[in-house]
Unconditional design. Structure first.
Length: 635
């Protein structure tokens, strides 16, 4: 077993062994934050003899949780149980499920709607019910989410003062019929339960809480952590206010800035040595960070033997020249420095309709470079993946209304939107759920004139599928392995997905999730999928140059990073300056040895219609880089 302090710097050792009061660890990019957190867990278990079930570690993404869990496992080498390490949303879901009998503010049984269900079912239905366009529906749901995340929903008279109480009522009716809770509501419901119910019991008697990326928590998240503190938990948070980039979901960097005022007594700890970046990359990154007068002052220092590193800002006539030169740069990195494609990361502020990635991709492919554009879409977002997931949900609960609706929508069965609307309307009239009416129609087709027979036929087909597959999953138990779960999924997928290629892609993705989350049964797998912030997860193609948006690069690193379209019209564009400055800082500090920044004097063609000045061609270098100590080079 590895000693908890093996290979640690003095500041890392001090942080990992801290105990006795709450603590804030300020850790800049590449300073070994995850390493320190994993060693702290090992210290608590091996040196302070804290039972693992009294330790809880929360992260922002599923990938981060998996990495931390793996590191702790490597240190403990099987000699101790691994403490609970999960995302905050997964933790919230588990606590709500455990206490479901005393929670009456959401439909029961608790069912979290995922992003596909939000866009393809909830938004589409509300568009017809409320007679709004899809963009307006999305805006109003985002208002709801923002009110939960910022705790505005706690204000008296919130429902009456919501910008559109009629819409709020339509959504609440829809939620009742389909029996779901929105993912953005989940932590808010945990916060309410912790504060309002003396009978609310946590899954374990936690005494030590570790939180990664504390700067990314919103006010609602922070309220949950404070409620846990009030239950006698010692709180240890790690993060960096300079890397708070999720302002669009209410991230509140002041949470980490004022930690020592909110948590008394508490200690301040700092990691300052960057193991990732060469000197010039740290120099430019720190210049951008220092533009924020409200930041917590901290230094980011290179290793004593760190190399100088390559940093360039290149200026181009337009995106055609930019793309061609980016391809040349990548080709040279692959040929002359012997980098592998996975060592190169290309970042952009946004990529609506692939306006930026498509031209870069074509240029790289013309130079025979393998490239992958990471859009955030997974195999489970395609029709076959959705059908598999819906069947899996119905195996768990055959009354799952969203899953039934998904199958009725996606199967080629003659049951269309009109039939689903009839079921919905009948459910509203009778105070029942969508699934209740669907099953009643299966037995009595005349309940829905003209359409009932088709609905009944399809419901019988769904029941046949479920009856054929249930036995494979009913045999799974606490003693099952990941392979047992994968085998059951393989049998299910073979029955319902005819295309071999699509089936293999979906199963490969599920296998990745199962390994990351250590799932051994379908209940845990569905729980993990439901609580994952999928749009924040990073999925890399390890055989390709990866192109992705700057937000998705959080937590990643690469030997070479190329940031394209670093123009003021995009960074900050129309977004808050503080958020965008931090986003640029995070992107710059992903680079280890080579950092290339590109911008154009003009954006032509489809790119003319992007950014703050859409419709105009002229572009300028981002204001955050204009006074930088590195001058642009025309190419």
């Amino acid at each position: 077993m590895i000693s908890w302090d093996e290979g640690l710097f003095d500041d890392q050792k001090e942080a990992a062994s801290h105990i006795g009061d709450h603590a804030r660890l300020l850790a800049g990019p590449g300073t070994g934050k995850t390493k320190t957190l994993s060693r702290r867990i090992a210290y608590l278990i091996t040196e302070k003899h804290i039972p693992p079930n009294q330790i809880l570690a929360l992260t922002f993404t599923r990938v981060a949780a998996s990495e931390l869990r793996n590191r702790v496992s490597e240190i403990l080498e099987g000699e101790y149980e691994i403490p609970r390490i999960s995302t905050l949303h997964s933790f919230a879901l588990r606590q709500l499920l455990k206490n479901s009998r005393i929670i009456d503010s959401v439909p029961q049984p608790l069912r979290i709607a995922d992003s596909w269900e939000e866009y393809k079912i909830i938004f589409e239905d509300l568009k017809k019910i409320a007679n709004y366009n899809l963009k307006t529906i999305e805006h109003k749901i985002n208002l709801l989410s923002a009110d939960w995340e910022t705790l505005k929903a706690d204000e008296s008279g919130w429902k009456e003062n919501f910008p559109d109480p009629t819409f709020l009522g339509a959504w609440q009716q829809h939620r009742k019929v389909f029996g779901y809770t929105l993912r953005s509501e989940m932590v808010y419901q945990l916060k309410r339960a912790l504060e309002q119910s003396g009978n609310f019991a946590l899954e374990s008697d936690y005494k030590y809480l570790l939180i990664d990326e504390f700067q990314d928590l919103n006010k609602c998240d922070l309220a949950v952590i404070f409620a846990l503190k009030n239950r006698g938990v010692e709180v240890f948070v790690a993060g960096d206010d300079d890397q708070s980039i999720y302002g669009f979901r209410g991230a509140y960097p002041d949470g980490i800035r004022r930690f020592n005022k909110d948590y008394i007594p508490s200690s301040s700890l700092t990691l300052k040595t960057c193991f990732r970046c060469d000197r010039n990359i740290i120099f430019l990154s720190s210049f951008v960070a220092d533009l924020d007068p409200g930041r917590l002052k901290k230094s980011l220092e290179p290793l004593n033997d760190a190399e100088k590193g390559v940093v360039r800002i290149f200026r181009y006539r337009n995106q055609e020249y930019e793309a061609a030169d980016v391809a040349n740069i990548c080709r040279n990195l692959l040929d002359k420095t012997k980098y592998e494609p996975k060592d190169i990361l290309i970042l952009m502020r946004s990529d609506r309709k692939k306006a930026f990635s498509s031209i870069i991709r074509r240029a790289l492919e013309a130079r025979k470079i393998r490239v992958a554009v990471r859009s955030g879409i997974t195999p489970l977002d395609n029709d076959d993946g959705r059908v598999l997931l819906a069947v899996l949900r119905l195996i768990i609960d055959n009354k799952d209304s969203l899953a039934l609706r998904t199958l009725l929508r996606l199967q080629r069965n003659g049951v269309g939107e009109e039939s689903c609307s009839k079921i919905y309307n009948l459910a509203c009239e009778n105070g029942k759920t969508f699934s209740m009416i669907a099953y009643e129609t299966m037995e009595e087709p005349e309940l829905i004139p003209h359409l009932g027979r088709k609905i009944a036929n399809e419901m019988h087909k769904i029941q046949d599928i479920l009856n054929n597959c249930k036995e494979y999953f009913n045999n799974l138990s606490n003693s099952s392995s990941q392979n047992d779960l994968l085998n059951a999924l393989y049998i299910l997928a073979k029955d319902i997905i005819k295309d071999d290629g699509k089936r293999a892609e979906i199963l490969q993705f599920l296998q990745q999730i199962i390994v990351e989350t250590n799932s051994t049964d379908h209940l845990k797998l569905i729980s993990m999928l439901s609580s994952s912030l999928e749009d924040k997860e990073q999925e890399l193609d390890l055989s390709s140059v990866n192109i992705m948006t700057m937000h998705k690069a959080k937590g990643l690193e690469a030997k070479a990073v190329i940031i394209i379209a670093a123009e003021d019209e995009y960074i900050p564009g129309t977004e808050p300056e503080d958020d965008e400055r931090r986003l640029l800082y995070v992107s710059l500090s992903r680079a280890q040895h080579v950092l290339i920044i590109t911008y154009c004097d003009n954006r032509i063609g489809s790119q003319k219609y992007t950014g703050r000045t859409r419709g105009k061609t002229v572009r300028t270098l981002s204001r955050f880089l204009r006074g930088a100590p590195i001058k642009p080079i025309s190419r």
